[in-house]
Design a protein around this ligand. Sequence first.
Ligand SMILES: [Zn+2]
Length: 695
Amino acid sequence: MSAGAHAAAAPAAASGFGPSNPFYEPSALPFHAPPFDRIKDADYQPAIEAGMAAQLAEIRGITENRAAPTFENTLIPLERSGQLLERASAAFNAVTGADINPVLEQAKTALAPKLAAHRDAIFLNAKLFARVSAVYKARSSKSLDPESVRLVEFTYDLFVHSGANLSDAQKAQLKTLNEEASTLSNAFTTKLLAANKNAAYATDTPAALAGLSEAQIAAAAQAAQARGAAGYVLPLQNTTQQPALASLSVRATREAIFANSWNRTEHGDANDTRATIARLAQLRAQRAQLLGYPSHAAWKLEDQMAKTPQAALDFMNALVPVATAKAASEGKDIQAAIASQGGSFSLEPWDWDFYAERVRKTKFDLDDAAVKPYFELNNVLENGVFYAANRLYGVSFKERKDVPVYQSDVRVFEVDDVDGKPLALFYCDYFKRDNKNGGAWMSSFVAQSKLLGTRPAIYNVANLPKPAPGEPALISFEDVTTMFHEFGHALHGMFADTEYPSLSGTATPRDFVEFPSQFNEHWALYPEVFSHYAKHYKTGAPMPDDLVEKIKKSGNFDEGYRLTELLAAAQLDMQWHMLPPSAPLEDPDKFEQQALARTRLDLHEVPPRYRSSYFSHIWSGGYSAGYYAYSWTQMLADDAYQWFEEHGGLTRANGDRFRQMILSRGNTQDLAAMYAAWRGRAPNIDAMMKYRGLE
Ligand SMILES: [Zn+2]
């Protein structure tokens, strides 16, 4: 019901939309690639609006069918619906994410509420649900193949999760709760934004900023100026720890910044979020009850790989002793570093990063300037990222200059399969631009589906530094890792080999989708791959061994701290969202303290990565009861890589088996069972502990 570009029903007439719009017909380019040479900024909005209207018309065609509901007359046309919407939205999402401008910005704002209403119009459509439900109930008596059964269950669950199963009175109640939840989430965001701004550290005394570089101090002066203030301002980041704490040598400054961060939303003023989150947690539990679940977490995890809150808890509980023991030993090193620098105080959270940085510098300082000449971007891409994929899966790559792109930095490769036949298009847009979102991501212009006859057109976006014209693009090892990571997502999309677009490629739950990407990161340091791409851009010389060693070791530095702060946040998330519907309004501070103590994560020197009162992932970012997924997928990635190590590493046989059993399967099978069938057992944390130096 989402992807595809083959012919759909004729789009309903909409203002400004007609045959001259490049989205009107499916693209005639290879792989149905978006015709960016013909698409103008003004084309997106009318196409997307016409696409919504067309899909609603297609759905009326399903619900008004007089014949009894069957898989063929309900699920299949539902999967086929919305193709105009999909091809326009896919291109629109790419350009708004990576190359936005005021026209696109305006279209995005105008479309957001319409797209939300469109989704409701489908998932709260009682006639449609009645048909889906009838097919669902009869699914075992029909001779449906396993992927079709999976589609029926997946689609039915989507409806049920949206509240389709409720009576009209309950639906009204759900609507009220959803509205209140949305108001509270918005209020949380507004308060946090203001609180973050107010909690910036300000000083008139440059001496307080000792340790920062000249550029950082100049930026702080500029930040003050932008606020119409004198002196210096260090704006606050979202996390508990602040980047500047690693450099600031004046302890009182560090303490003040940390206090600003920790208490940002707890001043008892208009920006205090505690009452908001307490009610939000309570409301989510009540909504879960209405939908038939014991807790918000139970509702959210049902369609995830973990399936139950208990499974996520068991995973975290197993990691806690190793993570906290490692953090404690890192704390000892840091306490020793404090003493060696003449300090006579006990390590506090605001000291950690500063002294950890000293420890890191003495143990294995990685000098970026020394490393980067060995990581020239094109070489990393073709002799590293592509090379590893070729050795594992037999695929090959050739650049296509004839496929139009949305921006001149974007490159396109055709990916050919083992038999030489075209498999996918791969676009990469690696360089930073001012009109590009931060970070890195993967998505698709066209998702694979046998039903729709579509093959994948996938893209990777990143924010790597763009060199001056004629200069090579030299990147850090972190950037190299990002390229392997995003390409792991790309492989998940390119190897997709499924019937239905809704189950294809990366259309998997949150606690699975980062598995192929994190897994692919492992090949960056695999000796045979590394030596193939890590060559000096001028001389072609391999990287000296001591540098390679430093890269390997520095990867696990401070891992105890990082994992402990992540687990503490993930546990706070899970504890809040396991509250029963009968729970009273909680006092957030007390609740947080007790939750951390109960889960053995109340380490004074290692506070949670986010405190409850400024944890925007879970209160407004859609990550509620899902923050554990970051570490969960790391477990899968490490466990999977260990299987490769046990079976001879980088071989075609290993790659083919992984592709066949995991990467091509999307969400067509129960993911825990799929994984266990490939691995020979359920995943566990042993490999994660080994690769992250936590044993
Ligand atoms: Zn990712």
